[in-house]
Design a protein around this ligand. Sequence first.
Ligand SMILES: Nc1ncnc2c1ncn2[C@@H]1O[C@H](COP(=O)(O)OP(=O)(O)O)[C@@H](O)[C@H]1O
Ligand SMILES: N[C@@H](CCOP(=O)(O)O)C(=O)O
Length: 320
Amino acid sequence: MAVFTEVGFDAAASLADHLGIGPLTELKGIASGIENTNYFADTAKGRYVLTLFERLTAEQLPFYLHLMKHLAVKGIPVPEPQADASGEILHALCGKPASVVNRLVGGHQLAPDVIHCEQVGMMLARMHLAGGDYPRHQPNLRGLDWWTETVPVVLPHLTPEQAELISSELAFQQHLAGTPAYASLPRGPVHADLFRDNVMFDGHRLTGFFDFYFAGIDTFLFDIAVCLNDWCIDLDTGRMETERAAAFVAAYHRERELSGSERRLMPALLRAGALRFWISRLWDFHLPRDASMLKPHDPTHFERVLRQRIDDPWHPGLTT
Ligand SMILES: Nc1ncnc2c1ncn2[C@@H]1O[C@H](COP(=O)(O)OP(=O)(O)O)[C@@H](O)[C@H]1O
Ligand SMILES: N[C@@H](CCOP(=O)(O)O)C(=O)O
């Protein structure tokens, strides 16, 4: 379940009225999700999602919420935070920071085909372009600095082979981050967690990206790598499915041309994307936070993905 804080109908109704989207007609807790309290909220004006933030602070949240607003205004299909009469989009409910966003139609595509990968690639590129003039700055809080401080914390829980792999990969990524090629990578606001369960499809039509609460300023290539490592792999083996991966990258490239450094560094960033989620899953698995991680994801999945990306590097075969 993902209702960590019970919200009464009257409290939600008064927030809906305050936002000018009332009256509230139905409020229903959302069972899935592991970070926040989420409710589907229907009103006379439309269908919304009410979120109470359990982990993120009122200092971190404006970056995510204003980014969603910025992208939505530019036509990217993302949930749009609802503002009150004074324009404020970060609210408070039951003593927690809260938001109300419009509800996306559709459902998850958990067994994507080429056509789904193409659409995610295309929309990711449009999102990167649309974020180009986003004025706020917040680093990717699950970036290299966090990996560097978290690896020593998880190391005692690993076998000697795993410890050797994670340490050598961290050293590889630390070295990479200091190179001119890495510094030349285009960057801007990225989603940084655009897995299959954070995208909505209605049949073959992509209806939205959501869950921007790991977003931050980072390289666009990192965002692409995170997607490829989830949308375009065989989930059992971690192997890259080259037809889906090539289709994803070609669709991205048609919207936003990949630079020479981006093409060259793709294998290294695919490793970075795998390392990031191996570390966070290890951290969640071995050091669970109170009630927030009820069903931690399997860390060994991303160990497998990382080994695959090292042993069998994948290059985008772009010709233009
Ligand atoms: N804007 C939205 N539109 C439609 N469904 C949503 C929206 N936001 C969240 N959901 C639903 O709620 C579920 C949990 O949301 P998620 O952001 O993954 O939670 P958490 O941040 O707690 O992991 C999603 O899988 C999705 O079904
Ligand atoms: N996508 C991450 C976990 C992040 O959780 P989310 O439900 O908030 O997307 C993973 O698979 O490890």
